[in-house]
Design a protein around this ligand. Sequence first.
Ligand code: MD3
Ligand code: FE
Length: 228
Amino acid sequence: MARPLLFDDRECGMPPALPQGVRLWRARLDAAARWRLLDEIMAVLRQAPLFAPRMPGSGRPFSVRMSNAGPLGWVSDAAGGYRYQPIHPETGRPWPAMPQMLRRLWAELADYPAPPQAALINYYAPGARMGLHVDNDEEALDAPVLSISLGAVARFRLGGLKRRDRTISFLLHPGDVLLLAGPSRLRYHGIDRIFPDRGEPLPAPLEEGRINITLRRVTPPQPLPARD
Ligand code: MD3
Ligand code: FE
């Protein structure tokens, strides 16, 4: 298995170590594993097409388009705000099943006693970005988030628990896997930009751009029913 790197040699501004709770496995997925996963993701997107989530209130669309796999999916629109729901906001159908590769990666790396419920698929076309934000729409905030990068290279920004805290940035390459756990789960973070000419192309019809998949536990694990 790839050794988690504590240093980044490809981007300046990186402190000697990642904060507590953050782990990065560079190229955790080799080329064959990336193709297999992309194949599964393209199959998910045929059943559950990318949609443009909208900001609560203003209704302004995100530049990142999204879809989901698994029992729950993250969605957002002007009226309903950020939430998880079991159906696609446009087709009304249940989200496709979570690819087994993703369940396995979570089991190997997440150190959490229950499987992920949502695989949020983010697609960044050239020019798309994601502003600094915190992921806190999940009830199970003790669970980590596991992120997998595919396609184009991106510059990821990681801050602190307050928006104004100092940030660090580093590049995410295809096949990199990032775990956000424990005290780092509620850090601000975002994607400054992608580099469409670096990394590798996505399957047709996407070709250009970047895909990130985040695996999330939304609700606390079901306790075993007491016997007696
Ligand atoms: C750090 N996605 O979907 S994934 C998101 O690359 C999101 O698409 C980015 O932020 C992307 O919400 C970054 C890495 C990530 C995910 C969750 C985190 C980093 C995180 C939660 C806490 C701290
Ligand atoms: Fe996030």
